[in-house]
Design a binder for this molecule. Structure first.
Ligand code: HEM
Length: 364
């Protein structure tokens, strides 16, 4: 009976054929480890955000008079509403952590070199868009923290010469944060940004399938270090089939992601919900301190310590542009093993240390 059902499904959907073509005969490089699965974990984390976001949308009302109350109702009255809200809230922080570690790993493997420049750029744009999605999401519950964080973040672009004022006033839909800002942020958060990110994920994954995952730099044969200008897919005949070996590694890392989310949810449910998130937004009452989310602390602190605002924000824009276009700054063919490139390794370590110091500094 079971065999017949399987055959019926197979003739119509060809699942076995799909698994064979895309997983069993798709070889992952020798030495592919748990860190190579982080892009996949980011993909799952994104899907979790979409699903929990849709669940919240069933009861959320994007209006200044109702938004706060609707989120309170979701949390306190709707069955399992608290669960979806907390997974969405905690997941929005964990996904950024996962993307940052994926970015650092790809950087340290020097995987951004030809022909993967566009893969890097599409990833970087997704990173910026995920950050924007988080900025726009903060305002939706219409609590004190979100309202005042938005007031601050929407002021920052105004310091940019020429276009700054326009960007700020477009973000707010006027001079102040109002119901228009809420509508605007709502449409960006639930439709515009997720759709663009989904298209970019499609492009990112398609490119990776076309190029093949890069060989570990320490195992790369001498001959491929000076590769030709033609495109050559990186096949790994000596590697292991993606299914089941690498797929199990992916599954394990996805479990770790869920374990972290549920650990925070169980033991520190308010980790990303400070007390002011229980107070409705009040434009007449500024909280004692307005601090951005942890992933914005470093640029925020940099802007704060530089007395000239234009210079502060311009530096953040320049650093972001360097990150985006990094493959073109390090475009020369040659050594990919970062341990044999002391200047690149030192620059990366200095940048990471400074980012850590500025984050901790911003926290206090
Ligand atoms: C939502 C964000 C992202 C998603 C869903 C995603 C997804 C993926 C997936 C599924 C892979 C295949 C290997 C793996 O599982 O690790 C991958 C590889 C890659 N990603 Fe991402 N990624 C994201 C963000 C980024 C960022 C921010 C960058 C860099 C700026 C980046 C650059 C790359 C590169 C260059 C590769 C190829 C690595 C190699 O061949 O060794 N990605 N990504």
């Amino acid at each position: 009976m079971w065999g017949k059902i399987k055959h019926w499904v197979e003739v119509r959907l060809g699942l076995e054929e799909l698994i064979n073509r895309h997983l069993r005969s798709y070889k992952t490089p020798k030495g592919a480890n748990f860190l190579n699965t982080l892009g996949f974990v980011a993909l799952i984390a994104f899907i979790v955000q979409v699903i929990t976001g849709i669940m919240l949308l069933l009861y959320y009302l994007p209006h200044p008079d109702h938004a706060f109350q609707s989120v309170q109702t979701i949390t306190n009255d709707i069955p399992y509403g608290w669960l979806f809200r907390l997974i969405h809230n905690i997941g929005s922080n964990i996904i950024i952590g996962v993307i940052i570690i994926h970015l650092i790993h790809v950087f340290l493997r020097v995987s951004y070199k030809r022909p993967r420049e566009v893969t890097w750029i599409s990833g970087c744009i997704m990173f910026f868009l995920v950050l924007l999605t988080s900025i726009t999401g903060q305002l939706l519950p219409w609590h004190q923290t979100g309202f005042w964080q938005t007031t601050v973040t929407s002021t920052i672009p105004a310091f940019l010469p020429v276009i700054g004022e326009g960007i700020s006033s477009y973000m707010r839909g006027g001079e102040f944060v109002t119901g228009i800002t809420l509508s605007r942020y709502f449409s960006f958060h639930v439709v515009i940004l997720p759709v663009i990110i989904s298209v970019l994920i499609g492009l990112h994954v398609l490119l990776i399938r076309r190029q093949g995952i890069s060989t570990s730099p320490s195992l790369e044969p001498e001959s491929s270090k000076t590769s030709s200008t033609e495109f050559k897919r990186e096949n790994h005949p000596e590697g292991r089939p993606c299914f089941p070996h690498f797929s199990l590694k992916r599954l394990f890392m996805v479990m770790i992601y869920f374990a972290i989310v549920f650990f925070i949810l169980t033991f520190m449910p308010n980790l990303f919900l400070p007390p002011e998130t229980n107070i409705p937004a009040n434009p007449l009452m500024t909280p004692e301190s307005i601090r951005p989310a942890w992933y914005f602390l470093a640029p925020y602190q940099l802007i704060k310590i530089i007395p000239n605002d234009i210079m502060g924000i311009s530096l953040v824009v320049i650093f972001s542009a360097i990150l985006l276009l990094w493959p073109f700054f390090d475009a020369k063919e040659g050594e990919r093993n970062i341990l044999k490139r002391p200047i690149l390794l030192s620059a990366a370590l200095i940048a990471l240390t400074l980012w850590g110091i500025f984050t901790v500094w911003g926290m206090y």
